[in-house]
Design a protein around this ligand. Structure first.
Ligand code: MG
Length: 163
């Protein structure tokens, strides 16, 4: 089995919604990013790529490539899912934490879990999303942005071909 971890941060900017786990949540600000700024899916993809020692999303989907301007992070996640399958693995489970003062995450977390499970071809019960605030401390606490952490475990899918 292979374990991976990922971390990402995006700053708030002017706007009216944020996208987390593929769910668009109405908010008083947006997240600044080259893509859709889905900090949760970015942390998850880094964890998945890390488990396979395949680098990070910056290498696979560079900011400098216009193909990824405004990119739907769920589409990128499905590309990562294909890589996982090609390398002979499947997701055993994923556990993620969103660190934000606002917006409220819990009302949306099941929808996020379902998106992620669909994109990775696994049951929703192996996808966990938790949320916490930063107790008003640091950049998250000052409401300057949102952070996300992800841990994943991959198991062989019976077609392991990792050299
Ligand atoms: Mg990011």
């Amino acid at each position: 089995m292979r374990i991976g971890q990922g971390f990402d941060v995006h700053a708030f900017t002017d706007g009216d919604s944020v996208t987390l786990g593929g769910v668009t949540i109405t908010h008083t600000q947006a997240l600044l990013a080259h893509s859709d700024g889905d900090v949760l899916l970015h942390a998850l993809m880094d964890a998945l790529l890390g488990a396979l020692a395949l680098g990070d999303i910056g290498q696979h989907f560079p900011d400098s490539d216009p193909r990824f301007a405004g990119a739907d992070s769920r589409q990128l996640l499905r590309e990562v899912a294909t890589l996982i399958e090609q390398h002979g693995y499947r997701l055993a489970n994923a556990d993620m934490t969103i660190v934000a003062e606002q917006p409220k995450i819990v009302p949306h977390s099941n929808a996020m879990r379902e998106h992620i499970a669909t994109d990775l071809g696994v049951p929703t019960c192996v996808v966990s999303i938790k949320a916490t605030t930063s107790e008003k401390l640091g950049f998250v606490g000052r409401g300057e942005g949102i952070a996300a952490l992800a841990s994943v475990l991959l198991e062989p899918n019976g077609r392991t071909n990792c050299a």
